[in-house]
Design a protein around this ligand. Structure first.
Ligand code: HEC
Ligand code: HEC
Length: 280
């Protein structure tokens, strides 16, 4: 076996197990240890998880890392050549970059562990197809995002968006205000451009402990195992969760946008973008 692969495996195993012992991380599994390349040794998640990861990637990462992961318009690095991607098994390393940011890459503090595992699964699925490190995967990409049907997009908008937005009110002139198609698409899908330290709407949370103490603040992270927040005076607080305890009450103005991430089909995304592009 390739000696580099072997060394990397040893590194992976020695880093992997302590990580796996924490319950916040997915199980780490080397599915095909005898495969030639590291990217073929991982277990890929099921197709529907990869598809969801692809949608999340296209919406949140593509602008910077490119439609084919090789780097994009806004200066993201080539993920096919990334060591972080290479050593990641199931989102544990990629997830760290996503949730903590890196250089000019913004922090994404609203993905669940499942979202992160899906994005990682998608990235690995592309690497899985490539033959050596960093070579181009044999996948065709559609570079033009303005391929939707604006009339269908308008119907979708009236049905799914008009309860909160209006193209003559808060979204009037959106295509003029955000002239870049990709940024416009990212903005409407995500419900704004969230960046580390930037203003915009925030999710607030109230945690009520078993003893009846309440702590309120801005939500930083929420999943099956932890809820963490920053209180108004800047203090960081984190609670482990077990069953329904402590009680967590979220006020998330963007909840509908988060739900949309998993509901939107590619055609819906294209159609709504085509429609919003007419709102000059
Ligand atoms: C605004 C642009 C931008 C967006 C959006 C963005 N990234 Fe990045 N990303 C970068 C830049 C720039 C770097 C290189 C940072 C550095 O090392 O200084 C980077 C680095 C990374 C790395 C580490 C690469 C390495 O080997 O060091 C990973 C993994 C990554 N991004 C994944 C993602 C994923 C997944 C998303 C979407 C959820 C995403 N990025 C969204 C700009 C972006
Ligand atoms: C349940 C309410 C709700 C629904 C439904 C909803 N959104 Fe939003 N959306 C929001 C909130 C809240 C914001 C954040 C507003 C802010 O930043 O002030 C937002 C932000 C946005 C933004 C960014 C606005 C800006 O000025 O940059 C766009 C664009 C957008 N939504 C488009 C859509 C589209 C398109 C749909 C339907 C597919 C949709 N929204 C569905 C609540 C909703």
């Amino acid at each position: 076996m390739n000696i580099i692969v072997k060394v990397l495996q040893i590194l992976l195993l020695s880093y992997g197990f302590p990580i796996a012992a924490q319950d916040t991380q997915p199980e780490i599994e080397i599915a095909n240890p005898s495969a030639m390349f590291l990217q073929q040794q991982r277990a890929l998640p099921p197709a529907e998880v990869i598809a969801r990861g692809e949608t999340l990637y296209q919406v949140n990462c593509r602008l910077c890392h490119g439609p084919d992961l090789r780097g994009g318009d806004q200066g993201g690095s080539n993920l096919l050549r990334s060591d972080v991607v290479l050593i990641d098994i199931a989102g544990e390393s990629i997830g760290e970059v996503i949730t903590e940011g890196r250089g000019s890459m913004p922090i994404f503090d609203n993905f669940s562990n499942e979202d992160i595992a899906a994005i990682a699964g998608y990235i690995h699925s592309i690497k899985f197809e490539s033959e050596g490190q960093g070579s181009t995967p044999p996948v065709d990409y559609d570079l033009d995002i303005l391929v939707g049907d604006a009339a269908a997009g308008e119907r979708y908008f009236d049905r799914e968006c008009a309860t909160c937005h209006s193209v003559t009110g808060d979204l009037s002139g959106i295509a003029t205000r955000i002239p870049n198609d990709y940024i416009m698409q990212n903005t409407w899908v995500a419900g704004g451009r969230r960046q580390a330290g930037r203003g915009g709407v925030q999710t607030t949370v109230i945690v009520t402990t078993q003893g009846g103490e309440t702590v309120a603040g801005r939500l930083l992270r929420y999943d099956d195992f932890f809820v963490s927040l920053r209180t108004e005076d800047g203090t960081y607080q984190s609670f482990s969760r077990r069953g329904g305890s402590p009680q967590v009450d979220l006020d998330d103005p963007l909840y509908r946008h988060r739900e949309l991430w998993s509901e939107l089909r590619d055609s819906d995304i294209h159609d709504v973008t085509a429609y919003l592009e007419t709102i000059k």
